[in-house]
Design a protein around this ligand. Structure first.
Ligand code: C2E
Ligand code: CA
Ligand code: CA
Ligand code: CA
Length: 278
């Protein structure tokens, strides 16, 4: 029903109105959620393929609305972006996650890295860099422990500002990760133009690693990343076969349901210890 008509005319359909209403309701509920602490974070462990140790976690936003029930981030993040709430949400994610990391590493007695997802629109604001520096300082963690995950789209869009911003992040000591690598765009030129530390292989390639073509893509990403001096993490690892393949090919880190889903901060110490013993 959403398809454009012949001649590009979009015929009005009742369903379009319903979708629009849903989005408005969601937007209003999210605005309230941000003020009333309905959001939370879970943390998914990332495992070093050589040592088998948990070396980091990725923070993932969760929202259970009293009226709408659980709403997945793939639905509410775009609403936050369109509704002008992403800066507030992103700021909250950053400070909450940095504080949680500080606590967990105190429990563990060793440092971990923290990866935070950042949406392109969040970076437009001038205050963002200050916010990162402040969150790090307040939590008492080191800048080199923080990784910012951005998607390829950001690197293709408006160029100048983004380079400058990423350079400042780098100067601060924060690492830059390209998320969902290989999924969105075919241009590789940006890999040499931006200060990128790490590539995260998109889970669609990892999950189809059993097919020759996808395995070839995974191989190529790993070789290319290493040749460019970057590290590689694979996401969505669900089976021992996928893990074995990635290890053989020299992938550095893995993340996925094979190890753990995202867990609340309070469970992270236990999960991390259990995984690192295996
Ligand atoms: P993403 O950054 O690509 O995050 C990975 C997603 O894959 C997460 O979904 C995670 O729960 C899921 N996942 C992890 N391991 C496995 C696995 O083994 N198999 C499968 N099938 N899935 C796995 P989630 O938490 O629903 O997040 C969806 C997306 O929402 C994220 O994709 C990210 O783009 C966005 N997102 C989540 N939290 C934030 C946030 O705090 N800020 C921003 N800007 N975006 C966020
Ligand atoms: Ca991510
Ligand atoms: Ca991803
Ligand atoms: Ca994503």
């Amino acid at each position: 029903a959403k398809a454009a008509g012949r001649n590009g005319i979009r015929w009005f359909e009742p369903q379009m109105l319903a979708e629009n209403n849903d989005r408005l309701a969601l937007s209003a509920a999210l605005r309230q959620a941000l003020d009333q602490d309905e959001l939370s974070l879970v943390y998914q462990p990332q495992v070093d393929l050589v040592t088998g140790e948990v070396v980091g976690v990725e923070a993932l936003a969760r929202w259970t609305s009293p009226s709408l029930g659980p709403v997945p981030p793939d639905r509410f993040i775009p609403v936050a972006e369109d509704g002008g709430m992403i800066a507030q949400l992103g700021g909250w994610v950053l400070s909450t996650a940095c504080t949680a990391l500080a606590q967990v590493q105190e429990q563990l007695g060793r440092p971990l890295r923290l990866a935070v997802n950042v949406s392109p629109r969040q970076l437009r604001g001038r205050t963002w860099l200050d916010e990162i520096a402040t969150a790090i300082e307040v939590a008492g963690i080191e800048p080199c422990q923080l990784e910012v995950e951005i998607t390829e789209g950001l690197l293709i869009e408006d160029h100048g500002d983004v380079v400058a911003m990423l350079e400042s992040l780098r100067t601060l000591g924060v690492s830059i990760v390209v998320d969902d690598f290989g999924r969105g765009y075919s241009s590789l030129a940006y890999l040499t133009q931006f200060p990128i530390d790490k590539l995260k292989i998109d889970r669609s390639f990892v999950q189809e690693i059993g097919t020759a073509k996808n395995a070839a893509i995974v191989d190529a990403i790993i070789v290319m990343a290493h040749a460019l001096g970057m590290t590689v993490v694979a996401e969505g690892v669900e089976t021992a076969d996928q893990e074995r393949y990635l290890r053989e090919r020299g992938c550095d880190e893995v993340q996925g349901y094979l190890y753990s889903p995202g867990v609340p901060a309070g469970s992270l110490e236990m999960v991390t210890r259990a995984l690192s013993r295996q």
